[in-house]
Design a binder for this molecule. Structure first.
Ligand code: PMP
Length: 358
C-alpha cells in the first residue's frame, strides 16, 4: 500500500478469488466454471464483433437486454447487464445500503458479500445457518436491512424453494431482497417469475457458470423497472460502457443457442449425482447440493489434508478456513473424465490416510 491510499481503505480485506493456476493443472475443480467451451456459433459471433472494436459499444445494451428479456420472459426495461454478476451485486450495495440500511446475509455464504459492505463503508449483519447448513426463511423476516441470499447458497449448494423466497419477500415489504442466482441452472427454482409481483426483489444471474462464459465477464440483474432504473443510474455514473462489443455479441449468440447450455447443464447434474454416489461409497458426507459443485467432508480425514494432497496430485478444489466449514471442500462438477480423476486420486489419498492410521 502506498502512503497516499485513503485511510478509509486502511482495513480493507479484499475478496480472494479462487486460484487461476499459471502452470498446467491436470484437473481444475476450484472455481465452478463450466467444463464445456462455448459453442462455435458463440466464438464466431465474438470474432465478428472484434471487427468493430474501434467503436464504443452500445451503452444501453439494447440487443443483449432484448435477448435476455426474451429468455427470462420479462421486459427489456426489467433487465440490467453487468460486467460479471459481481458488478450487479456491487451496484445493489451502492444503491440500497447506507448508514441506516445495513446488508443482511447468511453467515456462511459468498465471500464477496462482506467485502462489498466494507468497500461501500456500510455495516452488515450475518445470520447463522441451521446446523444442516440450510437457511431458515424466518430468520430474514423484517430484516431491517438489504437482504442478500445466494440461491442455491455458496459454498454449501443448499437451495431455498421459490415459495421460501416468496415467504422472505412477503415479510420484507420495506427492504430490498437480492437473490443471487449464480448457480440456479443446475436444479434450483428461479425467483425471476416473482419480479412482477414484488417491487422489492432483484434477481442476479450470470453467464459465467451455466453458459460457459466465465472468461467473458457477463452477468445481469432482473427486477421491476424502478429498481433497474436505480441500478442503471449507478452504472451510468461509473462505467456506462461496462459491456464490451465482444461480450455483447457472445452473450446474444449464447442465448440464441441456449439449448446447448441446457444440455450441458443436464450433463453436469448427472455427473454430480454420479460423483455424489461414488463419494458416499467412500464414506464422504455432503450437503444436498443443487449447484454445479458439491460440498463434502470425510469423517476421518481433515478437509485441509484432502485439499493439500489433491493439490499435490494436480487436482485443485476449494478449501475455506472459516471454522464451521474448515472440514469441508467445495468441488466443482467438471466433465465425467475429470471427476473420475478426482475419484481415483481421492481413493488413493484415503488409502494412504486411513492406512497410516491403522
Ligand atoms: N455469486 C456467487 C454466489 C458466486 O459464487 C459468484 C462467482 N464467484 C458470483 C456471484 C460472481 O460471478 P460472476 O461475476 O462471474 O458473474
Amino acid at each position: 500500500m502506498s502512503r497516499f491510499l485513503s485511510s478509509k481503505y486502511a482495513s480493507l480485506e479484499p475478496y480472494t478469488p479462487g486460484e487461476q493456476p499459471k502452470t498446467r493443472v491436470l484437473t481444475k475443480l476450484n472455481t465452478n466454471e463450466s467444463p464445456y467451451p462455448p459453442a462455435q456459433e458463440v466464438i464466431d459471433a465474438a470474432a465478428e464483433a472484434a471487427r468493430m472494436l474501434q467503436l464504443y459499444p452500445d451503452p444501453d445494451c439494447t440487443e443483449l437486454r432484448k435477448a435476455i428479456a426474451a429468455v427470462m420472459e420479462v421486459d427489456p426495461d426489467e433487465v440490467l447487464c453487468n460486467n460479471g454478476s459481481d458488478e450487479g451485486l456491487y451496484f445493489a450495495y451502492l444503491a440500497y445500503c447506507d448508514g441506516d440500511t445495513p446488508a443482511v446475509f447468511p453467515q456462511i455464504s459468498y465471500g464477496f458479500y462482506p467485502v462489498f459492505a466494507d468497500i461501500t463503508g456500510i455495516n452488515y449483519r450475518e445470520i447463522p445457518l441451521r446446523d444442516d447448513f440450510s437457511i431458515a426463511p424466518e430468520d430474514y423476516y423484517d430484516a431491517e436491512g438489504t437482504v442478500f441470499i445466494a440461491n442455491p447458497n455458496a459454498p454449501t449448494g443448499v437451495p431455498l424453494s421459490r415459495a421460501q423466497i416468496e415467504d422472505i419477500l412477503q415479510h420484507n415489504p420495506e427492504n430490498v431482497v437480492v437473490i443471487d442466482e449464480a448457480y440456479v441452472d443446475f436444479g434450483t427454482e428461479s425467483a425471476v417469475p416473482l419480479v412482477r409481483k414484488y417491487d422489492n426483489l432483484l434477481v442476479v444471474q450470470t453467464f459465467s457458470k451455466s453458459r460457459s462464459l466465465a472468461g467473458m465477464r457477463l452477468g445481469f440483474v432482473i427486477g421491476c423497472k424502478e429498481l433497474i432504473a436505480d441500478l442503471n443510474a449507478l452504472r451510468f455514473s461509473t462505467n456506462p460502457y461496462n459491456i464490451d462489443r465482444i461480450a455483447m455479441a457472445a452473450g446474444i449468440a449464447t442465448l440464441k443457442h441456449d439449448e446447448i447450455n441446457k444440455a450441458h447443464n443436464r450433463t453436469v447434474m448427472e455427473t454430480r449425482e454420479y460423483t455424489v454416489a461414488k463419494l458416499k461409497e467412500m464414506g464422504f458426507v455432503m450437503t444436498n447440493s443443487t449447484a454445479n459443485f458439491i460440498f463434502v467432508r470425510h469423517p476421518e480425514v481433515s478437509g485441509e489434508v484432502i485439499f493439500r494432497k489433491l493439490r499435490e496430485r494436480g487436482v485443485i478444489v476449494r478449501h475455506f478456513t472459516k471454522p464451521q466449514i474448515a472440514e469441508y471442500n467445495r468441488i466443482t462438477i467438471g466433465s465425467r473424465e475429470q471427476m473420475d480423476i478426482l475419484l481415483r486420486e481421492l481413493a488413493e489419498i484415503m488409502e494412504e490416510e486411513q492406512g497410516s492410521e491403522a
